[in-house]
Design a protein. Structure first.
Lengths: 168, 441
């Protein structure tokens, strides 16, 4: 739960490259996605990553096999774009994910489509493209682990993961 | 590191046969038919010809029996039922005793340790009902560490002589060893004998690794790793475990690599701007060529054994289906037309079939079809089966089966192309993404 905060603090003074080290990715699921007490800053502070994650919302969900953004997803991404506009010191990696239905390869490509859809939308809302990177995890990193639609719907997601500092 | 590099110094013909009339004899299994009644055989403990080799005689016979019976094509007559005892490799075989226990094939052997500490294994195969040897006796010499390989080589000879097909026991599988819960799964590359013995780990689990693929000669492995935070393709030398990343542009993702039969060219998926297409790369120079250019997903490519065509998965029709195109790119033709979604096509080493993953009505299947898409046959069904890989002889398929739910775990299974003999491959923990290497030299 405290991991993201450590990452952010560590990364604050470093180049972006340092924020994309594999450890952060390997441990991303240890972050408590519902709580925010451990995030840098408080959820009451609108400039804090905790606020971004909990109040703005760091993720959008997708229909089966789809990468198009629903109205709800677009509304959330508008909030993300505004926040990124007001907090120019942050960059982000957009992680695309799929549920476990489907082959590993196809899901990697599908997750990439989802991450890209979010990136393109954020850019269309004024976020500089050099502040956003995309990565797909396919079905490798579920956050819900049951084999039912209630879990699948949470796993078909794109998550905007903040990092601090625009590299070089 | 390379205990594996046991050198089989020689496979010597020891005894010439007076005539090779056995080829048309009765001791024959037609694999394609799918065997209903396995052939009964006996493999008494190999005779230990000196003290250092006594225990080895039993070990060799047990591995040979495990190989043969494991195919589902053969059934062992257990030692308790034997009437004759093989106490000397040179003594005449008492055919009547073996007929009485209904053994159709008999394998005898002897093992010794020579002056330089090498294992010397001799064996003969008998057609019990014809009352004669089947083919020539052979001798294998290798290191003591490599005794399982020698046993696999003996079993390969038995299998080949009785089925008329190449064997596959002296081969290895590279795969992803998995541990930890589903939402925090650790993955690392591992290599093992085809039967799950002699596991070695090739990477640690500090980075997510996916889908290793053997080179045609088994000396290298391609795989995808998130070491940089983004999926990129690496090539790993099996002997030294040295590895390097294949050059790809920043801001792209590359995955789903596979070697061409030439061992120098790699075909793979590259994602740029959310769109995934197929590329090939000369692994030496790093020069790459784009093979497809479509807004759809193109992935999971696999070469035909002659290197002239590529079978791959694309959702250009709206759902994932299987297509074949020339190896240099160009017009692709769709070959999958059944109900459902098709993926991960893999060309058989014999060239005759494509193995695939099919998803239909909430179930996953491993299946095979001819290269024109005809004669589709589903071999398995479960909550999640995927990622077939062919045995070197094109008669057996290994794949990943993952169980359902929060406690779900991945394991390796194998099945005959007849759909028979479905069984789990023994691994110490979770395992996925197998790639079956070639028959070793």
């Amino acid at each position: 739960m405290t991991y993201l905060s450590k990452t952010l603090i560590l990364c604050a003074g470093l180049a972006l490259a340092a924020c994309t080290n594999p450890d952060r990715f390997e441990n991303q699921n240890t972050v408590d996605l519902n709580g925010g007490a451990g995030l840098a800053g408080s959820a009451q502070d609108p400039t804090s990553p905790a606020y971004f994650q909990q109040t703005i919302g760091d993720r959008v969900l997708f229909a089966v096999d789809q990468s198009s953004l629903s109205d709800a997803a677009q509304a959330k991404l508008n909030g993300q774009a505004n926040w990124l506009g007001s907090n120019p010191d942050y960059t982000a990696v957009i992680e695309g994910h799929a549920d476990e239905q489907g082959t590993r390869e196809y899901n990697l490509a599908l997750g990439a489509r989802r991450a890209n859809a979010v990136q393109e939308y954020l850019v269309s809302r004024g976020v500089a493209s050099n502040r956003l990177k995309v990565v797909s995890y396919g079905k490798e990193r579920p956050i819900e682990i049951c084999s039912e639609e209630s879990c699948y719907t949470q796993n078909r997601r794109a998550v905007t993961v903040l990092a601090a500092g625009l590299g070089s | 590191m390379m205990r594996y590099m046991m050198s089989l110094l020689a496979a010597l013909m020891l005894w010439a046969l007076p005539a090779i009339a056995q080829n048309s004899g009765p001791l024959r299994i037609e694999i394609t038919e799918g065997v209903i009644e396995p052939m009964p055989y006996a493999v008494p403990d190999f005779v230990g010809e000196n003290a250092a080799a006594t225990e080895m005689g039993r070990n060799l016979a047990r591995v040979i029996a495990s190989d043969l019976s494991g195919t589902g094509l053969f059934r062992e007559i257990p030692a308790e039922a034997h009437i004759s005892r093989i106490t000397s490799f040179e003594s005449p075989v008492q055919y009547a005793d073996w007929r009485a226990v209904k053994a159709q094939a008999l394998i005898t052997g002897a093992v010794s340790v020579d002056g330089s500490g090498r294992l010397v294994v001799k064996f003969r195969i008998y057609d019990v009902f014809a009352g004669q040897e089947l083919g020539n006796g052979l001798q294998f010499v290798g290191t003591q560490d490599g005794w399982r390989r020698i046993a696999h080589k003996v079993a390969d000879q038995v299998y080949a002589r009785i089925t008329g097909e190449g064997g596959y026991f002296d081969s290895r599988v590279v795969y992803v060893a998995e541990s930890g819960p589903k939402d925090q799964r650790a993955k690392r590359l591992a290599i093992m004998d085809y039967d799950g013995a002699n596991v070695q780990y090739l990477t640690d689990s500090s980075s997510l690794v996916l889908a290793p693929r053997f080179s045609p000669s088994g000396d290298r492995v391609l795989y995808t790793s998130y070491e940089t935070g983004f999926p990129r393709i690496y090539v790993l030398d099996v002997a030294s475990v040295g590895r390097r990343v294949l050059p790809t542009m920043d801001g792209t993702m590359s995955f789903a690599p596979r070697f061409a039969p030439d061992g120098r060219t790699v075909v793979y998926s590259l994602t740029q701007g959310g769109n995934t297409d197929l590329y090939r790369m000369d692994i030496g120079s790093g020069a790459s060529t784009r093979l497809t250019n479509a807004p759809s997903i193109e992935t999971a490519p696999s070469y035909s054994p002659d290197g002239r065509q590529i079978v791959f998965e694309s959702d250009r029709s709206g759902t994932p289906q299987i297509y074949i195109m020339p190896a240099g790119g160009g017009e692709a033709r769709r070959i999958s037309f059944g109900q459902g979604r098709y993926g991960t096509p893999v060309w058989s080493p014999r060239g005759d079939l494509i193995a695939f993953t099919k998803q239909s009505k909430g179930r996953f299947h491993i299946g095979v079809m001819r290269t024109d898409g005809s004669e589709e046959r589903l071999l398995t069904a479960s909550f999640l089966d995927e990622g077939p890989t062919w045995a070197p002889n094109g008669r057996v398929i290994m794949f990943t089966r993952e169980t359902q739910g929060a406690q779900g775990q991945a394991r390796l299974y194998s099945v005959d192309i007849s759909g028979r003999n479905l069984k789990q491959v023994q691994t110490s923990g979770g395992a996925s993404d197998p790639s079956w290497g070639p028959l070793q030299n």
